[in-house]
Design a protein around this ligand. Structure first.
Ligand SMILES: [Zn+2]
Length: 163
């Protein structure tokens, strides 16, 4: 009975894909710069992201090889990028960008490590505390850039930095 239960749990774990980053979003990022704020409240919603404080204009790098699914100007997020991985399993979201890297456009392929934008405080970020708001979500079957299940980026980033 116990063995059967454990087998079922292993199956459940296997069915949940885990995002694997190829590059950090900020060059030289260290574990001590990371603070888990996934479950913190932001207004009436859960944050479901990580904030990485950096100087305005710091380059932001694609974390995986993938496709720019959408460049979107949102009221809270400001200048944002939705990047899908090659398999369309996960979407990586970069927000509060000061600006996009030149030439970045919807549908283009980007390589991990490529500069796609620059840290800023666009949207509802405090202008005195520019930061990268970085989120990961697992895409649904329809692969809509605006729909998915949030994944905590904190342990994902930690795993990358400690490899
Ligand atoms: Zn944030």
């Amino acid at each position: 009975m116990l063995v059967a239960t454990m087998g079922w749990m292993a199956l459940l774990l296997l069915s949940n894909a885990v995002p694997a980053l190829m590059s950090p979003p900020i060059a030289g990022l260290t574990a001590k710069e990371l603070h888990d704020s996934f479950d913190q409240a932001r207004g009436s919603a859960r944050h479901e992201a990580i904030d990485i404080l950096e100087a305005r204009g710091t380059p932001v790098h694609a974390v995986v090889d993938g496709v720019v699914a959408k460049l979107f100007l949102s009221k809270p997020g400001g200048n944002t990028i939705y990047e899908f991985d090659e398999s369309g399993t996960f979407c990586y979201y970069y927000a509060h960008l000061d600006r996009y890297a030149s030439g970045i456009h919807d549908g283009m392929h980007v390589s991990s490590g490529q500069v796609i934008g620059y840290v800023g405080s666009s949207g509802n970020a405090d202008p005195s505390a520019p930061h990268l708001h970085f989120a990961i979500f697992q895409l649904g079957p329809d692969k809509h850039w605006w729909q998915g299940t949030a994944v905590n980026p904190y342990p994902v980033l930690l795993r990358l930095l400690r490899l």
